[in-house]
Design a protein around this ligand. Structure first.
Ligand code: NAD
Length: 267
């Protein structure tokens, strides 16, 4: 049985890429898309060419196509509404849209438990970015201070990036109290970036960039730099495809591709 899947935000940069990736999978069937731009979109991938019907009404599409999974790459202002509609209808969710707060995630988890279904919420679906977070977590045991520089295309609506926020969380658990005090003392200097859980994050937005993260650790006499670059949106697709397949086995919400990889035995 193929996993019937729909995509919200299908006419966007990520949505189109996800649609192309999904139609290549023999055990997934892309049955429709939702976007504010209500047009059918041509999707080409390898030797497959198809037209995907796009609607503006998620509830109607769910009713019509009875999907198992919704993949959402929309906008921070609309993602929670889409997730609520899907989970209430018993449709599992794979969420790539960034800007999901911890209280949003708790709500998603509560809905999953109530409906005995699953969701995956990941601010970054690339394996390299997950490794960056893991390596930063390890390094933070050995360094007193860290700062993050995240660089994205100029149309990204949120800052700091979800990946930078999650990396700061990974660092926070290990970082020595001394560095947090240093960061707190700099609160009145906007040019020093935003203090997130004791780590300064600097956001750069420029045309030409895709998604780039650098974590710089410092201590007396040495610097360690860990950097990841997504050079094309294809870098996110293996993670999205894995999530569509793995979410079918979940009865709770999972936060982060790292957690999903652990659950599915890859890490
Ligand atoms: P985009 O602006 O190119 O596309 C968003 C699309 O969503 C647009 O076509 C828009 O019309 C549509 N949309 C907005 N509200 C909608 C709604 N209520 N219902 C249906 N469609 C709606 O943006 P993008 O570059 O594709 O990024 C989308 C999101 O994905 C952002 O939050 C971005 O940060 C995130 N992102 C996540 C990852 C990851 O790995 N998790 C990677 C890249 C981007």
């Amino acid at each position: 049985m193929k996993i019937k899947t729909i995509v919200t935000g299908i006419a966007g940069r990520m949505g189109k890429q996800v649609a192309s990736a999904l139609i290549q999978e023999s055990d997934i069937e892309l049955v429709g898309g939702v976007d504010l731009k209500n047009q059918s979109i041509p999707v080409s991938s390898g030797d497959i060419d198809t037209i995907i019907e796009v609607t503006t009404d998620l509830s109607e599409l769910i009713e019509k196509t009875r999907p198992s999974v919704l993949v959402d790459f929309t906008h921070p202002s609309s993602v929670m509404n889409n997730i609520r509609i899907a989970l209430q209808a018993g449709v599992r969710c794979v969420v790539g849209t960034t800007g999901i707060s911890s209280s949003d995630f708790n709500e998603i988890n509560d809905l999953c438990k109530a409906k005995k279904t699953g969701a995956v919420v990941a601010p970054n679906f690339s394996i390299g970015a997950v490794l960056l977070m893991k390596f930063a977590h390890i390094a933070s045991k050995h360094f007193d201070s860290a700062e993050i520089i995240e660089m994205h295309h100029n149309e990204k609506v949120d800052a700091p990036s979800g990946t930078a926020l999650r990396t700061a969380e990974f660092i926070e658990h290990q970082m020595l109290a001394a560095s947090r005090q240093t960061a707190a003392g700099l609160q009145l200097q906007p040019a020093r970036g935003e203090d997130v859980k004791g780590t300064r994050i600097h956001s750069v937005r420029l045309p030409g960039l895709i998604a780039h993260h650098e974590v710089i650790f410092g201590k007396l006499g040495e610097i360690l730099t860990i950097r990841h670059d997504s050079l094309s949106r294809e870098s996110f697709m293996p993670g999205v495809i894995l999530a569509v397949k793995e979410v079918m086995k979940l009865d709770k919400a999972v936060l982060g591709l790292d957690a999903l990889l652990t659950i599915s035995g890859v890490f």
